[in-house]
Design a protein around this ligand. Structure first.
Ligand code: ADP
Ligand code: MG
Length: 293
């Protein structure tokens, strides 16, 4: 009777847009203990939109957007997609970069028309250099407003800062509350983003712990450490979440908009772009467990 109940539950989940790759994952879903959630693209919509362009003196706003989009077109990151959409909406022509590489959770670097270009987080772009004075107010605004900031540098000089509004998913607060009633003893936000931005969003959502400025490796380490306390679940969307998704007892990928690497590393894939479907899957898993035992 056990496999039949499992198969039924898995197919009911699939009807709701939750792909459960094997029965073992369903059993673990029912025993959720520690919940780890990524921020950008997971707790936030992944449909960010451009709100401001702050170019360096001597650089035009469209030129800044073009430089950013040249590299961002090679990334599936939620922020990258928003930058590219904004450029295309303005009719900006995007050539292909001659060379490009992505550092998951940080940004991209490459060469365009023989010039070195970097796009992404402040650390990734400035590489330890000081922030020029003109950029200080814009950089501070990122923290106050909890927006996403994208820095752009050409030949090692800051070319500008883009600000993108990245809204918390409408269903996120309720989904986290329900997951708590379903057994999540501790909810931890794991993000590659800055401390100030992460704190504003994490507090609003009432998470228990906020781990910011996390690399793919440190996300993985946080989960490995928590596995001793009970069943861990990691929910994420990005290439930078893939190691953590693979390390958790249950990896859940935001499949509809997320990176293919995330979906491959996870045992559960949300085919519908909604966090509340995960609540449904846990409820079904717990009902199934009661029937099967
Ligand atoms: P999270 O872990 O919350 O999903 P990420 O680690 O994906 O966040 O990104 C953290 C930060 O790294 C972003 O806020 C952004 O500053 C920067 N970043 C990462 N990838 C990109 C990219 N492709 N373009 C611009 N910024 C990026
Ligand atoms: Mg993410």
């Amino acid at each position: 009777a056990v496999p039949v109940a499992l198969v039924c539950a898995m197919s009911r989940c699939a009807q709701q847009g939750v792909l459960i790759k094997h029965g073992g994952a369903l059993e673990k879903l029912a025993q959720l203990h520690t919940l780890f959630v990524d921020k950008t693209g997971t707790l936030t919509s992944g449909k960010a939109h451009l709100v401001a362009l702050h170019p360096a003196p001597g650089i035009g706003a469209d030129e800044l957007l073009r430089l950013a989009a040249l590299l961002e077109q090679m990334s599936v990151h939620a922020i990258a997609q928003a930058v590219v959409s904004a450029a295309l909406e303005r009719g900006i022509d995007l050539a292909l970069p001659e060379q490009v590489s992505e550092s998951p959770g940080a940004g991209l670097s490459g060469r365009v028309q023989g010039r070195a270009l970097r796009v992404g987080s402040r650390d990734h772009v400035l590489q330890g250099a000081a922030l020029p004075a003109w950029a200080v107010p814009f950089s501070e605004r990122i923290g106050y407003d909890a927006v996403a900031g994208v820095y752009v540098a050409i030949e090692g000089r800051l070319a500008g800062v883009l600000l993108l509004a990245d809204e918390v998913r409408l269903e996120a607060p309720r989904a986290l509350r329900l997951l708590r009633t379903l057994g999540a003893q501790r909810i931890v936000m794991l993000t590659g983003d800055r401390h100030d931005v992460a704190t504003t969003i994490g507090r609003a959502l009432g998470v228990d712990e906020i781990l910011a400025e996390q690399s793919p490796a440190s996300k993985l380490a946080a989960i490995t450490a928590a596995r001793r306390q009970g069943v861990t679940m990691m929910v994420g969307d990005g290439v930078n979440d893939a190691p953590a998704l693979a390390a958790a007892d249950i990896g859940v990928a935001m499949g509809a908009r997320g990176a293919a690497a995330a979906a491959e590393s996870a045992q559960v894939v949300l085919l519908v772009d909604r966090l509340d479907r995960l609540v449904l899957a846990v409820q079904l898993a717990q009902q199934t467990r009661r029937i099967a035992l």
